[in-house]
Ligand binder design. Structure first.
Ligand code: DAH
Length: 338
């Protein structure tokens, strides 16, 4: 074969190669170990002795020409491939980003944290009692003996004759007073359970209990603290009012209303036209409860209060059904990101 034909053939094929891989294959076809040009050199022995130097020179020149050709094509192809790669990696800064969903705290958690924050600022410490309680802590020590009619106020889930799911965080009051001598200033958040189920009652809900015991504690201290609580929790203009009530563990007992934040006290559908909303129960700790815990009621006095966290959340955020707080529908929950 004429070496000029080979040069042309290799050049044509090399120029037609679309990428570096194809070019490499063409190169091997001619210059590789079993390539056509290499075959020419191998076939030298069959050529007459005197023609060999000239033939060798020609083939070498051909090989060099081809090597040069391949090198320059390789360079071009590499450059083209690089440009293509860079073009493919071009970032479109106008493209909308991928959204990641951001979580939010549950409204009950928000209110609980807010309450802890608020009362910690007044010097309260957090104490968490157990959810499974004995009858003694949940009722008896709180001045509610077995035959006491107040036990019917709360429908209780009994686990055994002695143990139950606590119906109120008030049980924690006893545990704290047993462990600690006055002055006492504790806040006790937690789950409570009652056999109760409608739009404003759920079999499980959360309460926040407060207890203050020291010398010379009066109902005025309670009211002053509640005013502060209402202002910080609802609005700067919120007021409180105490109504006489009954709880076995407090004497006197009160129910505490806060002026309706929705209408400013004028009367609206939320407060049923009264201008007031009931938010918690409270009172002066009953002497018998102090005695039950070994605290001398002639030396010390105290006040206690207990509120439903769901109830506060419903009032604060205008939620009309307590079930929304346990369904955990993210469309509902993601609205609370204040
Ligand atoms: N434990 C009461 C309840 O669940 C609420 C309560 C009322 C708590 C008066 C108190 C209190 O500490 O003094 O209905």
């Amino acid at each position: 074969m004429d070496d000029f034909d080979l040069l042309q053939e290799a050049t044509q094929e090399a120029e037609a190669a679309e990428d570096s891989r194809a070019l490499y294959e063409v190169k091997m076809k001619f210059l590789g170990r079993t390539g056509k040009v290499t075959a020419l050199l191998k076939g030298m022995k069959e050529i007459a002795q005197e023609s060999r130097p000239a033939f060798g020179k020609k083939v070498n020149a051909l090989r060099e020409a081809l090597e040069e050709k391949f090198a320059s094509l390789e360079e071009k192809i590499k450059q083209r491939e690089l440009e293509k790669k860079l073009a493919g990696e071009n970032i479109d800064v106008t493209m909308p980003g991928r959204h990641t969903k951001q979580g939010a705290l549950h409204p009950v958690t928000r209110v609980k944290d807010r309450l802890i924050d608020l009362f910690s600022g007044m010097g309260f410490e957090v104490f968490e009692g157990p959810e499974i309680e004995s009858e003694y802590y949940n009722f008896t020590a709180l001045n509610t003996p077995a035959d006491h009619p107040a036990r019917d106020m709360q429908d209780t889930f009994y686990l055994t004759e002695e143990f139950l799911l606590r119906t109120q965080t008030s049980a924690g009051q006893i545990r704290v007073m047993e462990q600690k001598k006055p002055p006492i200033k504790i806040l006790s958040p937690g789950r409570v359970f009652r056999s109760d189920d409608d739009a404003t009652h759920s079999p499980m809900f959360h309460q926040m209990e407060g207890l203050v015991v020291d010398k010379h504690i009066t109902l005025c201290d309670l009211q002053g603290m509640l005013d502060e609580f209402a202002k910080k929790m609802f609005s700067e203009t919120s007021k409180t009012r105490l109504r006489p009530s009954y709880f076995p563990f407090t004497e006197p007992s009160v129910e505490v209303d806060v002026s309706c934040a929705a209408c400013g006290g004028k009367g609206c559908s939320l407060c049923k036209g009264t201008g007031w909303i009931e938010v918690l129960g409270a009172g002066m700790v009953n002497r018998r409860v102090l005695e039950n815990c070994g605290v001398d009621p002639d030396e010390y006095s105290g006040f206690a209060f207990g509120m439903g966290i769901e109830r506060i959340a419903m009032l604060k955020y205008g939620i009309n059904n307590i079930k929304l707080l346990t369904e955990n529908d993210t469309r509902f929950l993601e609205q609370f990101k204040d």
